[in-house]
Design a protein around this ligand. Structure first.
Ligand code: NAP
Length: 228
């Protein structure tokens, strides 16, 4: 399948690499290709250009080109960047396509808030996924994969033999079925459909718990398992 990945951070790179490995044709979208390729490594992440040398078959283009060329699109941009990135992608390039929203609406840290617990820019009675669906009513938004670290996103068996859960929600059953099939191809064994897109409120808010679990355990290599 032709798949667009909007976002070039660790999430975009992880999903692009995994989808490419599975034989999909992948195009990543960014604000400025030349700037991205010239961006140096940081203490937290290698340079994108070095990652791309390992994955030369992955195309890199503008948000609009990546969306236009693709049959299914992942939003892997920052919470605050998601609506601007999707606007740059263009509503007409998202229409009638499944849009998998992996983003979390964390409030950006400021010098004043850097030591505070993480906070969300939207929650409780709304969610980023619903904001995206309202802004792009012709897209078929499915929230998924936002509740797991990249280390297990495309390779769930890397923790607990894959015996844990991933969630999907959205208003379009055909889009959820398409995402469920992709997740199964990644190796997800337990895919729980939470119903319509209002379930994204819980999927995004649970990240405050996830962050605390990461801090107290000292690792991101864990996931939720629903036991009845
Ligand atoms: N890290 C994880 O393990 C993990 C797991 C699940 C979900 N998530 C969520 O996945 C998303 C991606 O995370 P990440 O760590 O890979 O990357 P990130 O640093 O959160 O986001 C990077 C991407 O956002 C784009 N972006 C930022 N501000 C923008 C703006 N104003 N307008 C348009 N685009 C903008 C950047 O575009 P350029 O390419 O142009 O710079 C870049 O592609 C986040 O929402 C995160 O919360 C992360």
């Amino acid at each position: 399948m032709k798949i667009g990945i909007l976002g070039t951070g660790v999430v975009g790179q992880t999903l692009a690499a995994r989808l490419d490995e599975l034989g999909h044709s992948v195009t990543m979208g960014t604000r400025d290709v030349a700037a991205l390729m010239a961006r140096p490594a940081t203490p937290r992440a290698p340079a994108f250009s070095d990652w791309h040398k390992q994955h030369p078959q992955v195309q890199v283009s503008s948000f609009a080109e990546a969306a236009a060329q693709s049959e299914l699109i992942f939003n892997c941009t920052s919470g605050v960047g998601s609506l601007p990135a999707l606007e740059a992608a263009g509503a007409h390039n998202l229409a009638d396509k499944t849009l998998v929203d992996v983003a979390n609406p964390f409030q950006p840290r400021t010098a004043q808030s850097v030591n505070d617990p993480p906070a969300l820019s939207v929650c409780n009675t709304d969610s980023l996924a619903e904001q995206i669906q309202r802004a792009f009513p012709e897209a078929k938004v499915v929230k998924s994969l936002n509740t797991v670290n990249t280390a297990l996103m495309g390779t769930p068996q890397s923790v607990g033999g894959g015996d844990h859960h991933i969630f999907v929600c959205g208003n379009h059953d055909d889009a959820k079925a398409q995402v469920t099939e992709l997740l199964a191809s990644f190796g997800w064994k337990h895919i729980l459909d939470l119903g319509d897109l209002t379930a994204a409120r819980g999927l995004e808010m649970v990240m405050l718990l996830w962050m605390r679990l990461r801090d107290v355990q000292g690792t991101s290599l864990f996931n939720f398992k629903i036991v009845r």
